[in-house]
Design a protein around this ligand. Structure first.
Ligand code: TRP
Length: 327
């Protein structure tokens, strides 16, 4: 039997190449060797978007399209929308009851978000419970492992603690303790060298046209030590160069390293080459995206919900017996 994994993404806007490089490509590569559940975490999106939730349904839908276009195969993995499986909230309620306040209050991601996200009221009961719902997402499918980026490690640690406590309290090993499957790839920075993020508008979307891609790549920051063409560059500190690793063929990347370090060609040239590589990389994805019909999409979402609910209902049945809700 294959080991089970679950992972999720919040539908807070269009998918960009940071999601692709940091998560989605990894998800695609896991679908043959694991029993995979991939989820659109719309309840998690609402925790930060509740003041202006408009667009969440559309983002969820578009995200499924991007998932499939990027290579997730609905025949091999289950793609579903969290809110279409109400058992997530039921299990989150059970987990809330047994999670000490101190465990969520000390969560570093919570403290960081409160510090970093400005202009939104996030000191809410729901937002504090973010990792509890995440633990429920994972446990509901009895996932053995969770592909995540480094930033999610504290949430996974909390998930393991909650699961240990649950299994201990009811004296039954209901849930496995999931391990993180860390992505090999480091996070891509945005065109302005900050973390690639919707709120900084420094990303390239999967749906961007070649013209938009060229324009954005042309605006990227390069090695600041390289002022003139004859200055030798340092590819290892240049964000443009780091993108070649993900999106260009190794021989192109090696060529570029040579040009830059040997000062034989300039940054404009280099960016043109990157834009070309990126367009070539994204073209088949955009193509596939455009070819996915509405009815096909509906079918994928419905099928995903059905498969996810089947597992979720079984787990909740077991949980409800343990908390003595079933005679
Ligand atoms: N917290 C994750 C993120 O922001 C999204 C998420 C929700 C998730 N539920 C999950 C990831 C369960 C892994 C497993 O990226």
């Amino acid at each position: 039997m294959k080991r089970r994994i679950l992972s999720g993404m919040r539908p807070t806007g269009r998918l960009h190449i940071g999601h692709l490089a940091g998560a989605l490509n990894n998800w695609v590569s896991l679908q043959d060797s694991y029993d995979c559940f991939y989820m659109i975490a719309d309840w998690h999106a609402l925790m930060s978007e509740y003041e202006k939730p408009k667009g969440t349904a559309e983002s969820s839908y578009e995200m499924v399209r991007d998932f499939v276009a990027a290579g997730l195969d609905p025949e091999k993995c289950v793609i579903f929308i969290q809110s279409q499986v109400p058992e997530h909230l039921e299990l989150a309620m059970v987990f809330s009851d047994l999670t000490p306040l101190a465990w969520v209050e000390r969560c570093p991601t919570y403290k960081e978000q409160l510090r970093e996200i400005k202009g939104r009221e996030l000191t809410t009961y729901g937002f504090l419970g973010y990792p509890i719902l995440q633990a429920a997402d994972i446990a509901l499918y009895k996932a053995d492992a969770v592909p995540v980026g480094f930033d999610q490690i504290p949430h996974l640690e909390l998930t393991r603690e909650i699961i240990r406590k649950f299994n201990g309290l009811y004296n039954k090993k209901v849930f496995p303790e999931p391990e993180p499957l860390l992505t090999r790839f480091p996070k891509l920075l945005g065109i302005d060298n900050r973390k690639m993020s919707k709120s900084y508008a420094n990303f390239i979307a999967l749906s961007d046209t070649p013209e938009a891609i060229e324009k954005k790549v042309a605006a990227m920051i390069t090695d600041p030590a390289r002022q003139k063409l004859k200055d030798k560059g340092h590819p290892e500190v240049c964000n443009v160069f780091s993108w070649f690793s993900t999106f260009a063929k190794p021989e192109v990347k090696d060529n570029v390293r040579g040009w830059c370090a040997g000062a034989s060609s300039g940054c404009t040239e280099c960016k043109k080459s990157l834009a070309k590589a990126l367009c070539a990389y994204l073209e088949p994805i955009r193509d596939k995206r455009d070819r996915l019909s509405v009815s096909h999409m509906e079918c994928i979402i419905k099928e995903g919900q059905k498969k996810a609910r089947k597992v979720a209902a079984e787990t909740m049945d077991e949980v409800k017996r343990l908390i003595d809700f079933v005679m």
